[in-house]
Write a protein that binds this ligand. Structure first.
Ligand code: CMC
Length: 447
């Protein structure tokens, strides 16, 4: 080993020049900006890392959520998800994620009070809501209305002040169930229901969703606890697509409502927040237990995927899926068993014994049973990503705060590998050749 080399470093030899570089290793990572020193000439830009989808690039240092995908471990601030799901509440877990520790009795009471007293939205929000078409998707409405909150609270621009951040956190966690319920009631043409401060966070959400003409809505305690646990399970999942969107947008210094609206938009996509809806469609399409072998055969032949199975990070049973399966049984005890549950259980049994799924380490993920529970509780399919967003809001906020306070963070600005034309001279329109149909169909004009 050369005298300057330390064991916590990487020696890279550039075969183009024969030069060797030493790159420090810290926390199991190298700074990719160090690669810029690797050049073939003085005017060379330097070496870049190419990593579409951030498959192996850490974008931040974080102390919020830990995942070990091979072992099936998920912890918030060090606490295992299984213990939080069994013993905590969603609001307590939100406190843990955002403040970094479990609250004492007094702090929890103050936190709960502050969130419960931020559930009302400005009455202009209803006018805004009424502007959406009668059949607008509730998730599209949520994206728009969360973004609109920034116009109601211009003080939120003050992202560098802790007091302002605290206020926006309370407002957002308080109002997101109200906006979610308003979006559902609007899409159904039902009158809006005011928040009820006497109910729990989740009980109040159920009231705003489902209250009709009864003077006081009494949430079913099994549904209330089940939904609270589902919110806990969705509360954070480190640097996933929507959280990365929140961080990337937040890195510009914009207010948190705009950053969280970006997270919601990312969650709207079928590859992220929409898989549980796809599971319900799949189960309905299979239709009965005896048709499962035929369906599995088609998946193995590459004719589609077993939705709710597989995960980019978990190569073991998703710890959230285990808890959700137990909740599904509790909810179905209240509502009566759904034939779709029987199909799901048999599908899981067969897949977990099948070589195709075993070899590829494909296990049920968080979405496999969650849609069944939501359907049994009376939520329409379009509300599934909205429910995910309510649960994920504290995680997004915790990650946003961590980023705003992190001195090492900079505005998100990835590099690219440019493969386009070098340098062309502008051609006046009368001198340009006619574009051939094949150029339009397959060539550079294709969208
Ligand atoms: N059904 C059948 N085959 C699958 C599935 C599946 N659900 N998932 C992966 N595979 C196969 C895939 O065909 C490939 O096989 P081969 O090596 O022969 O080409 C291999 O497994 C690896 O798949 P991949 O697509 O490279 O894996 P990925 O890490 O890029 O994808 C995934 C992860 C979640 C997108 C994928 O497993 C999938 O599409 N699952 C179904 C959709 C789903 O349930 N999504 C919810 C994810 S959890 C939500 C959250 O945490 O936010």
């Amino acid at each position: 080993m050369a005298p300057t080399e330390s064991r916590n470093s990487l020696s890279i030899t550039d075969n183009r020049t024969g030069k060797t570089y030493e790159v420090p290793i810290e926390n199991g990572a190298i700074l990719t900006s160090e690669l810029r020193k690797i050049k073939v000439s003085e005017d060379d830009f330097g070496l870049l890392g190419y990593d579409p989808g951030f498959m192996n690039t850490a974008s931040c240092k974080s102390s919020i959520t830990y995942i070990d995908g091979d072992k099936g471990i998920l912890r918030y601030r060090g606490y295992p998800i299984e213990q939080l799901a069994e013993k905590s509440t969603f609001l307590e877990t939100a406190y843990l994620l955002i403040k970094g520790m479990l609250p004492d009795r007094e702090r929890l009471a103050v936190w709960t009070y502050n969130i419960r007293h931020n559930t009302l939205t400005h009455s202009n929000m209803r006018v805004f809501m009424d502007g959406f078409r009668y059949d607008a998707h509730p998730m599209g409405i949520l994206v728009g209305t969360i973004g609109a909150l920034s116009t109601f609270y211009p003080d939120a621009k003050d992202v560098s002040h802790e007091d302002s951040r605290k206020l926006q956190v309370r407002r957002l966690i308080g109002k997101i169930p109200t906006l979610a319920a308003l979006s559902f009631r609007h899409s159904m043409g039902f009158p809006y229901v005011l928040p009820d401060d006497e109910l729990s966070y989740t009980g109040n959400f159920l009231s705003m969703m489902f209250k009709m003409t009864e003077p006081r809505y009494k949430p079913n305690p099994v549904f209330e606890r089940a939904l609270d646990v589902l919110f806990i399970l969705h509360a954070d999942h480190e640097q996933n697509c929507s959280t990365s969107a929140v961080r990337a947008v937040g890195s510009s210094g914009v207010d948190p409502y705009s950053a969280i609206a970006a997270g919601c938009a990312a969650l709207y996509g079928p590859l992220h927040g929409g898989a549980n809806e796809a599971v319900i469609h799949m189960l309905k399409k299979i239709g009965s237990v005896d048709r499962i072998p035929e369906f599995i055969k088609s998946v193995k032949a590459g004719e589609g995927r077993l939705m709710g199975f597989g995960h980019r990070v978990y190569k073991n049973y998703d710890p959230r899926a285990k808890i959700i399966k137990e909740i599904a049984f509790q909810v179905f005890e209240e509502t009566g068993r759904s034939p779709l549950l029987d199909i799901a259980l048999e599908l899981e049994r067969i897949a977990l014994e099948d070589d195709y799924f075993v070899k590829r380490k494909l296990y049920p993920n968080v979405d496999f049973y969650s849609g069944l529970i939501y359907t049994a509780m009376g939520f329409p399919l379009e509300m599934f990503p909205v429910l995910f967003a309510i649960g994920r809001a504290p995680g997004w906020l915790a990650q946003w705060i961590e980023q705003v306070r992190d001195q090492e963070q900079k505005i998100a600005r990835p590099r690219q590998i440019y493969l386009g034309e070098d340098s062309l001279d502008y051609v006046p329109i009368e001198r340009r050749p006619k574009i051939r149909p094949d150029e339009q169909k397959f060539g550079i004009c294709r969208l």
